[in-house]
Structures are given as C-alpha cells and as structure tokens.
Design a protein. Structure first.
Length: 545
C-alpha cells in the first residue's frame, strides 16, 4: 500500500520560491570585486534568478547543459546557483586556484556551454578561452560600464547587459528530483580532477540536514559569513540552507585576508562563519596582535582539514566563539560529520570536553559510516582501533561524472564510498580522522597520525603552521619529521620544539627532526599539499641515517 501524501519532487527552485515568499526581505550583503558593498534581499535574488533562467532559455540551452562559473562568493554567483540549476541546467563551479591547464581540461571534460566569470579572473579566461571550444558564451559578472574593452574574448557580454532585457517572470520547470543540478571537481592533487555530479534531491536533502541544530544550526536569526568559497563544494551547501532558513548572508567577495574579513564581520554583525583552518589562522593572526575582539560572532564551522585544538581553544577561551569541527568531502556534498557534545557530556570537565570537541564528530542523519580493516571487515567503535573510513547515503557520490564507480559492496549488496581517510570511531559515535591514508606514517609496523604530530606543534606559541611527513628510514620504514613555519618575530629552536613533544605523545611517535621553512605549500582549497612539501624536501636525510 502506498502512502497518500503529495509526491512533490525535491527541486532547488523550491528553495528560492520559499525564500522569496517567506523571508523575501532577508538581507544578502556582498563585497563586490569592484570593491564596494552591495545589498539586496532574497526577493531580489529570486527575481534576478528568474531573469537569468530566461536569459539561459534565450541561448537555446538544453536541460542538462553545463553552465560554468569562475567566481568569488557574491550575489551574482548565488543567482547562478538558483537560475542555472532551477531551470534544469547544471552549474559547474570551477576552482580558479587550479592551474590554467587543469581549468581548460575540466571545462572540456564537463563540456561547459557558458562561462560566467568575475573580472579578477579575466587573465585566466584569456589564457584558456582559445582551448575551450564547447563554450558558446562568455559572460563577465559585472556592470555594463565595467566590461573590459579589447579583452580578446569574442562577444564578451556583461552579466547585467545580458540579463537586463530578460523577463523576471518564469515558471520553474518541474522534473525528476534525481536530475543533475551542479558539479564540482576535486582538486586533483594526484592525476586529473574527478567530478562529483550532485542532484536536486541530494542538494535539497543536504540543505535540510545542514540546517539542523547539531549540524550547522542555521537560523533566521543568524547573519552568516561563508568564507568557504562557492567554488568549493557549493560553499558547504550554505547558500541552499540559507534560502531554506532565511538567515542574513554576508559574502566576502575577493577580500579574504584577515583584516577584510574581520571588518566585514563587525560591520554586518555576523554571528556565524565557516571556513578552512588556514583562513581562520589568518583571521586570528590579524586580530590577536591588534588586540581586537569579535562583538557579534558566536559560532564558526571549521573543516576541510583537521582543526588544531589550539585553534579551538583560541576561539573559545580568548574570544568566546564556539568552534564546530566538521568533516566532509567533495564526494559527500560535502557534510559527513560535525562535532557537538551530547547531553551527557555537558557535565564533563572542560579538558575532557575538549578531547571530544577536537574530533571530527558524529555522523549526520543521512550519512552512514563505518571503519574497516584490510580484509574489509568492520572494526569496533572503541575510539582506538583505526581503519579505512567508508560512508553511504543519499548525498554521497555513487560514481564520478564520466568516470568510475568507486563503491565497495557489503554482504547485503549495499555500496559504500571509500573516503581515503583513516579514522577511529568511539562508543558514542564520534569519528576522528587519523590521517588521509596516503599521509599516514608507517613506523616499525605501527601507524603514526601526522595530524596528531601537527596539532602538538601548533600548540606551541611560536608556531604558525606545521606539516608532518614520513621520511624513509632503513630500520623503521618511515620516521616522522615536522616542517614548521614560525610566527612573525617569534623564535623557537629545533631542540626546544622536540622537547615540547615530551609527555604529549608516545616517545616513538615524537618526530625525529624539525625543519624550519618559510611556507607550507597549500593546494587549491587551502589545504596543505604534502606531495609538494615532500618534493621540496627531496634530498633531505634523517639525522643519523
Ligand atoms: P579535495 O579532495 O579536493 O582536497 P575535499 O574537500 O573533497 O577536497 O577533501 C576531502 C578530504 O579533506 C577528506 O577526505 C579529509 O581527508 C580532509 N578533511 C576534510 N575535513 C577534515 C577535517 N575536519 N579533519 C581532517 N581532515 C579533513
């Protein structure tokens, strides 16, 4: 017997329709590439998304055609989120920090038909446009009077000129909720990037889940600043959850330095922010020496790579800002786990709570996870045993766009996505990432977590950033060393830092050496690029080897 409830498809257009009707006057503030601050409302966003949808229809684009963006976080980019996907096309958000060769490669791989870009990326577009024959329209996300002359790009349009004549009346098409809505390529640190192709259903379900109190807890009372870029897994889904909840949105545009972010937070009374640890490092690096405080910021989601406990403490103890540690992947839309305490843990002493809060957290309903050993058997949830982390759920990838199906089948015939992460899970369901499987250090048959080694170094007051890698060792196979960037003006010696490890981890896990470097190479999404660091350390020999 079937249920007798309305069978409405879960479509992204329903989010923007809801936003317009129920919190149409909610504010969306953007720092523009032009440098000024732009303000409008969800009502304006909905109206202009419909104009964009009409403009896309006018180009004769088919359903499923890919429309690409090379853009910062801002209102025009958000219009693309709804206008492109809502009208049945697929939004392809390109990471501008990728190498131009890779950008040309993914445009061709995705067979993008339209590319809309912020003027910051004009040189990039000039470098790739001749190699991208599938694109039939190039659009600069700017006012008409800002359109560059002699750009060398044929028929370049300004976005405003393009959508201005289009009607703002549009009936969003209804279609199967499993229709593709957007795509995002992984950063491809090894080999060519691979794309996750999201659907309307996966996106809407993820938007619901992200808004839950123990997940990102977004509400109409928040003013949210996503520092995480809209080209990186849809800014962790925040634009969709924002439309669903009606929170005020504050977009930082291209100004991602500590000062600009801080000033925007204060000016717009931001209560909530989200980003990768390296961004928050810059923010703390700006406000601490300047003796500044946050007057409205209450919570921040930190994820994308392990958040050092020292950062959680700094936010909490020095600024009264709650840190929510999150874990996810491009292949997971991206949210998998988020760390919030359970009721019974509220009575724990602060130190015990901190041990929990530095974990990557509990699975969100919609994500099932397990850890397995080399033989594929599930391992116990005891907080100590580590294994390969596998996940499944309605917003987890099944197969890559034009690519392989990486799923591992279980005895019941259910497919699990192998995350490539090594993790423990404790009896309360809190997952902790030990490492990416390719970064884990194998010493004398035991594993050493590079994240643990980095976190200890990061707790030293003179250390700005630390990256731990394994170096070949004739007896132990590999031994850890830690590459360290000192804070400006701070001093610490190799010996002092090695001494700092004493008592904080097992003796055999203490790194064999400290190498001071000017910078740790970062990848396109702000994560440490250990492959590049290892290349830089080529020729390095462990002491005594
Ligand atoms: P890419 O694969 O392009 O670098 P993703 O954002 O998809 O970008 O990266 C996902 C990976 O990032 C995870 O598999 C995990 O290794 C790492 N990661 C994400 N969040 C965390 C976290 N909170 N702690 C540790 N590692 C994390």
């Amino acid at each position: 017997m079937l249920g007798q409830m309305q069978n409405q498809q879960l479509l992204i257009s329903s989010l923007i329709e809801f936003a317009e009707r129920h919190h149409g006057d909610g504010e969306i503030v953007s720092r523009r590439v032009e440098g000024d601050i732009h303000r409008y409302t969800y009502r304006d966003l909905a109206r202009r998304s419909r104009q964009l949808a009409n403009a896309l229809d006018g180009l004769g684009l088919e359903r499923g055609d890919r429309v690409a963006s090379l853009a910062w976080n801002g209102y025009r980019h958000m219009e693309m989120y709804f206008g492109v996907s809502g009208s049945g096309r697929v939004l392809h958000t390109i990471n501008p920090r990728l190498h131009p060769e890779q950008i040309a490669w993914i445009i061709n791989h995705a067979e993008d038909r339209v590319l809309c870009f912020d003027l910051t990326f004009l040189p990039l577009v000039q470098a790739v446009h001749a190699k991208c024959p599938t694109i039939k329209k190039w659009v600069a996300l700017c006012d008409a009077d800002r359109l560059p002359q002699d750009s060398g790009i044929p028929d370049l349009f300004s976005y405003e000129d393009w959508i201005a004549p289009a009607s703002d009346e549009y009936i969003w098409p209804q279609f199967d909720e499993n229709t593709a809505s957007s795509m995002c390529y992984t950063s491809g640190t090894t080999g060519n990037p691979k794309a996750a192709l999201y659907s309307h259903r996966s996106t809407v379900l993820h938007a619901y889940a992200a808004a839950l109190p123990d997940v990102m807890s977004l509400s109409a009372r928040d003013a949210v600043l996503p520092v995480v870029p809209m080209f990186h897994v849809n800014a962790w889904g925040i634009p969709y959850s924002a439309a669903l909840t009606g929170c005020k949105l504050v977009y930082p545009g291209p100004a991602m330095d500590g000062k600009s972010i801080y000033e925007l937070m204060e000016a717009e009374h931001v209560t909530y922010a989200a980003g990768v640890p390296t961004v928050w490092q810059m923010l703390l690096g700006y406000i601490k020496p300047a003796g500044l405080k946050f007057s409205t910021l209450k919570r921040t989601v930190i994820g994308g790579s392990a958040c050092p406990p020292a950062m959680i403490r700094a936010f909490q103890d020095d600024y009264g800002v709650e840190v929510l540690h999150a874990w996810g992947m491009t292949e997971m839309s991206p949210l998998g786990t988020l760390c919030t305490l359970k009721n019974k843990q509220l009575e724990l002493p602060e130190d015990e709570q901190m041990k929990v809060l530095q974990k990557q957290g509990r699975a969100i309903f919609g994500v099932d996870m397990k850890i397995v050993g080399d033989d594929g058997r599930e391992l116990p949830w005891d907080g100590r045993t580590y294994g390969d982390l596998l996940v499944r759920g309605p917003w987890v990838l099944e197969s890559y766009y034009k690519g392989a199906n990486p799923l591992v089948m279980d005895e019941q015939g259910r497919g699990w996505f192998p995350t490539g992460d090594v993790a423990t899970i404790d009896a309360d369901g809190f997952m902790q990432i030990t490492d990416r499987s390719k970064d884990v250090i194998k010493s004398g048959g035991e594993w050493i977590s590079s994240i643990d080694i980095e976190n200890i170094a990061m707790a030293h007051p003179a250390v700005a950033m630390a990256a731990c890698v394994g170096m070949p060792h004739p007896k132990w196979d590999e031994r850890p060393i830690v590459a360290v960037v000192k804070k400006p003006g701070a001093e610490v010696t190799r010996e002092e830092l090695l001494e700092f490890y004493q008592g904080k981890t097992a003796k055999w896990q203490i790194p064999d050496d400290v190498v001071f470097v000017d910078a740790i190479p970062l990848g396109a999404t702000g994560k440490m690029l250990k492959t590049r660091l290892r290349e830089q350390l080529a020729g390095y020999k462990l002491p005594g080897v």
